[in-house]
Structure formats: structure tokens, C-alpha cells
Design a protein around this ligand. Structure first.
Ligand SMILES: [Zn+2]
Length: 74
């Protein structure tokens, strides 16, 4: 997770995301070599320090709030 306010990077591991990306790749017959996920937004501290929550409703992805980017390098 990359904070757009302070630039903080919060690393995370979520087995469900790993499983999901494996499934997506398998379905496409794609063999992943590398991948990186970036979720951009505002961290807890930055959200607290602003009077108005910087979260923009229209910028949110439609479903579960997590935008998944799968980037591959050759
Ligand atoms: Zn921040």
C-alpha cells in the first residue's frame, strides 16, 4: 500500500490475493514470473491529520476496495 499523502509504503501479504492471482494466471494459461501489487491511497496517519477524509468515493474501485494490478516483467 502506497500512501499518496506521506509516501509511506506498507507491505502486506494476503494468501487470498496470492491464490486469486494464481487462479487468474492459470485460467489464461499464463506463467507468471514476477508480479507487484500497488494499492494507492491514504494511510491512517494522513487520514487522521486532515479535517476532510481524502478518500474520494468516485475514485474507488467498484467492488471490494482493493484494486489489483498485476505487472509482469520479461
Ligand atoms: Zn500517509
Amino acid at each position: 500500500m502506497i500512501c499518496l499523502g506521506c509516501g509511506k509504503i506498507i507491505e502486506f501479504f494476503e494468501p487470498k490475493i496470492e491464490e486469486l492471482q494464481d487462479r487468474v494466471c492459470a485460467r489464461a494459461g499464463f506463467r507468471a514470473v514476477t508480479h507487484s501489487h500497488h494499492i494507492r491511497g491514504f494511510c491512517r496517519d494522513c487520514r487522521k491529520s486532515t479535517a476532510v477524509d481524502p478518500e474520494i468515493e468516485s475514485a474507488r474501485p467498484p467492488r471490494d476496495g482493493a484494486r489489483l494490478l498485476i505487472e509482469t516483467e520479461s
